[in-house]
Write a protein that binds this ligand. Structure first.
Ligand SMILES: C[S@@+](CC[C@H](N)C(=O)[O-])C[C@H]1O[C@@H](n2cnc3c(N)ncnc32)[C@H](O)[C@@H]1O
Length: 267
């Protein structure tokens, strides 16, 4: 059975399922979203995937080689280079600051860890992720992009680990689905007082986390809140002129609610 037929079968199964119509409709919507996204991936990847590898086409990590399948993040915007475009100016600034060490907590397959390592040849990197598949992916992506000698990959990162990092000139990039509330506490982990931080804030899981982080860092750091902006995508010429919904899906990041970022820089 081919892909379309399989999805149609799954749709029929869900349509005829007894249960709460709202829940079933929502599940069908998610299935159709996934289906359409897969079709767009096929269109974009056609002729661009070689040996399960694809190069990022634009943005701050242009030419970064990604390995498929990816275990984290949203593949279409990552490949197109518009993933989390709101952060692009801050990524550029971080690259310019030329930190000695960048630690990426929740590194996934290394989009940020390896992408930044490519742009910062003097900097040491460490990427941590609980997911063993992401750890393997991040190591592989580091090797593919010739930065494995400067990228250490590990599993769980705990607050105590901040003391093992160089005490100065360290940037922390953190995206751990609400875990930032426990981790980013300079009261408990004083080493953080001398580090800069870029954090994705998961109010959806930890209501009030933004204000708590602002308060905790208020005496030592400036805090810039970066909200979501409108989606912007530059599609290759062959994919231009598609429907508005498809254009949106190319840069859809699948967020369940607002996840702004905090840019927390030492005063
Ligand atoms: C949303 S994903 C990160 C995606 C990544 N920032 C990207 O854009 O490619 C969040 C990841 O955080 C990891 N995680 C959560 N808590 C962690 C911790 N304390 N140490 C290391 N990884 C953690 C999870 O395993 C998950 O893969």
């Amino acid at each position: 059975m081919d892909f379309d037929q399989n999805v149609l079968e799954e749709l029929r199964r869900r349509v005829t399922m007894p249960g709460d119509p709202h829940k079933i409709n929502t599940e069908i919507f998610s299935l159709m979203l996934w289906y359409r996204t897969k079709l767009l991936e096929n269109l974009l990847f056609h002729g661009r995937v070689v040996d399960n590898k694809i190069a990022v086409m634009n943005g701050p990590f242009k030419d970064l080689i990604l390995q498929l399948p990816c275990n984290a993040g949203s593949l279409l915007p990552m490949v197109l280079g518009c993933y989390e475009h709101e952060l692009h100016p801050f990524v550029a600034e971080a690259i310019h600051r030329n930190y000695k060490h960048v630690v990426n907590v929740g590194c996934g397959d290394g989009y940020y860890t390896v992408g930044m390592a490519m742009r910062m040849p003097q900097t040491q990197f460490s990427g941590y992720d609980l997911n063993p598949k992401a750890q393997v992916g991040c190591k592989a992506v580091a090797a593919l992009n010739n930065v494995a000698d400067r990228v250490h990959v590990g599993g769980e990162f705990r607050g105590e680990d901040f003391t093992k990092l160089p005490p100065k000139d360290t940037l922390v990039i953190c995206d751990i689905e609400g875990g930032e509330d426990e981790l980013l506490d300079p009261g408990k982990f004083p080493a953080l007082k001398q580090m800069d931080v870029i954090v994705e804030l998961h109010e959806v899981y930890k209501p009030g986390v933004t204000q708590r982080l602002k308060d905790r860092f208020a005496t030592t750091h400036n805090f810039t809140l970066v909200p979501h902006g409108p989606k912007i995508v530059k599609l290759p010429i062959q994919l231009q002129g598609m429907s508005e919904v498809d254009e949106f899906l190319f840069c859809h990041e699948g967020r369940g609610g607002p996840t702004p970022w905090g840019i927390i820089i030492q005063k």
